[in-house]
Ligand binder design. Sequence first.
Ligand code: SAM
Length: 287
Amino acid sequence: MHRQLNTPHHVNAPPFLLPQPTSSICRPPRRHVALPPPAAAMDDKGDLGNRRCDERSGERVDGQIKSEAGRAYWEAVEPTVNGILGGIPAVPGFQSISRIDLQGSRTLLARLGIGAKAGRGRVASALDGGAGIGRITEGLLLDVADEVDVVEPVTKFTDALRGKPGVRTIFNVGLEEWTPADGTRYDLIWTQWCLGHLTDRQVVRYLDVCKTVLRAGSGLVVVKENLSTSGVDIFDDTDSSVTRRDETFRRIFAEAGLRIVKTELQRGLPETSETRLFPVRMYALKP
Ligand SMILES: C[S@@+](CC[C@H](N)C(=O)[O-])C[C@H]1O[C@@H](n2cnc3c(N)ncnc32)[C@H](O)[C@@H]1O
């Protein structure tokens, strides 16, 4: 078990929420920073704290993703909000990360006319892709949708969701293997902080599948992911995932035949003088 350590100084944040130095992930090494090891900058061997990152310029790095390795990483994580968010909530100053994230998502949906408040519409059916413990299902989707399906490969994460009112079908598979149930139509498919475990081709295929089950005309896919700002996509072998650039996401969406109807950066993410998170962008997509 290499992941779950208890104190903030040992939080082993996976790269989806990797704290990075305030200027750039490629700064010279700072090996003794007070915040979690991942806050240390990458050194000249590409060693970021205790993790190896690959930023080979111009090369596709998604071919290095090994889904079994990603799965093994998550199997060792405790099924809590702190675990699922890489220990970030335990870092002083970052306790509110989940609340802030969910509020940003709620605001995006409200701007798209979806919500529980007057003047906005609830929807019949939503899907939480790569749902983890159902943080988004419970904190966002069940407020706006009558029924929510969940795709999450790690069964222990979804155990507590079984039988919850509004939670319909739980698919314990990876998004790259997911086959929707016959006849299901989704008004909203939310996919957050998990596409880094899929290769570009697998993401295109997943989005293609999403298109086949979206409610015609009104159905929306929302992708919410970290962005690399270092000019290249970044592979991290700690959890075998890739952090993509905005350009990569846009190319993937175009390949999948989806257009961006709204996109926003998550606002208000916590930040300290030593540590900040990758920027997080939301893309609302339609065929
Ligand atoms: C950072 S957590 C995010 C969970 C949830 N989306 C949230 O924001 O709370 C990443 C999740 O992706 C899941 N995951 C890993 N590989 C996956 C795959 N191939 N397909 C779907 N989900 C995957 C992990 O098991 C984990 O639950």
